[in-house]
Write a protein that binds this ligand. Structure first.
Ligand code: DAK
Length: 275
């Protein structure tokens, strides 16, 4: 006989296996995974659940040998309007401290595969911070970037004061973070925050094309190069050069290095095996 408790257990196991996302859509185009934040009623405000879903999917992408690069995007009018102020407002210092509030945000920056932010509309506060956790930002011509947290009686807490300063320099970061004023895509490009400005309706397609170019290269090489570039932010020049040298030397342990060089010498396209 099929008991009720066995039925409930089976149902909950099925539900766990089929975890459905509430606030993100996921698709894949060959070796590129695309994650779209989709919480339109709240301007893609980054509630705990949305962050958790993004992190869960990024970890899946890192584990999936068939994903070589990832695009993170949002809606037409808004990439993300920042942390969810309505969810955050009742929090207390004691609660934040004891639960290490929002530590999950950091996981986005720990993604090992190349990650491109495709930004349309507003990337504000935490929205700008998660874009900056990505490796490349492609901006729609009408996108806007900023850190309005100062107007909420607080300031950036997910890397904004650190990553923005490294991206745009002290003066621009000070102005943005202390006034809370937004900057245009053009200013973001001029100050080095974003790598390209493209027509709004092409943002995602162009981000996918760039991701596909990255994905066509050797996956372990792209991951190692990403680690080396990130070292530039976290070490002295000498330490970074030493790290890069060791990583470069280790590329000679890979099939793809041999294949890449042989294909050049033999005037043909390389056939990488991501190995
Ligand atoms: N949180 C919650 N709801 C938001 C929201 C937000 N950040 N932004 C927008 N919404 C909601 C609005 O309340 C409205 O909801 P209803 O009133 O319809 O229920 C709906 O989204 C549509 O918004 P609007 O009516 O305002 O739409 P507009 O098109 O006129 O304006 C906007 C769009 C994005 C320009 C505007 O909504 C806006 O300025 N939003 C607030 C932007 C903001 O202040 N962002 C900073 C939030 S604070 C940390 C991690 C992260 C953070 C801190 C620490 N740790 C890891 C420690 C980050 C903090 C923040 O980002």
């Amino acid at each position: 006989m099929f008991s009720l408790s066995r039925f409930i257990k089976a149902k909950s196991a099925w539900r766990n296996f089929n975890t459905k996302y509430q606030f993100i859509d996921v698709k894949k185009e060959e070796k590129v995974s695309i994650i779209t934040m989709n919480r339109p009623k709240a301007s893609n405000a980054l509630c705990d659940r949305l962050i958790h879903e993004i992190v869960t999917q990024l970890k899946k992408c890192d584990r999936n040998p068939e994903t070589n690069a990832i695009v993170l995007t949002g809606l037409h009018k808004v990439f993300a309007a920042g942390a969810d102020v309505k969810e955050m407002e009742p929090r207390t210092f004691q609660g934040n401290f004891s639960t290490n509030f929002s530590s999950e945000w950091d996981e986005i920056a720990k993604t090992r595969k190349p990650l491109i932010a495709a930004v349309n509309g507003f990337a504000l506060g935490g929205g700008c911070e998660i874009a900056m956790m990505c490796d490349i930002i492609i901006a729609g011509e009408n996108s806007k970037f900023g850190h309005p947290e100062i107007k909420l009686g607080t300031f950036s807490g997910a890397g904004g004061t650190q990553r923005l300063t490294r991206a745009v320099g002290k003066a621009k970061a000070m102005e943005m973070l202390l006034t809370g004023e937004l900057i245009s895509a053009r200013e973001a490009w001029q100050s080095g925050l974003v790598s390209r400005i493209v027509p709004d309706h092409d943002v995602v397609d162009i981000a996918i094309k760039i991701a596909a170019k990255i994905a066509a290269n050797s996956q372990p090489m792209a991951m190692m190069a990403k680690e080396c570039i990130n070292q530039a932010y976290e070490s002295t020049l000498q330490e970074g050069l030493e790290f890069e040298r060791r990583m470069f030397q280790s590329t000679f342990a890979f099939y793809d290095r041999e294949e890449g060089m042989k294909s050049f010498i033999n005037k043909r396209d390389p056939e990488f095996k991501d190995a």
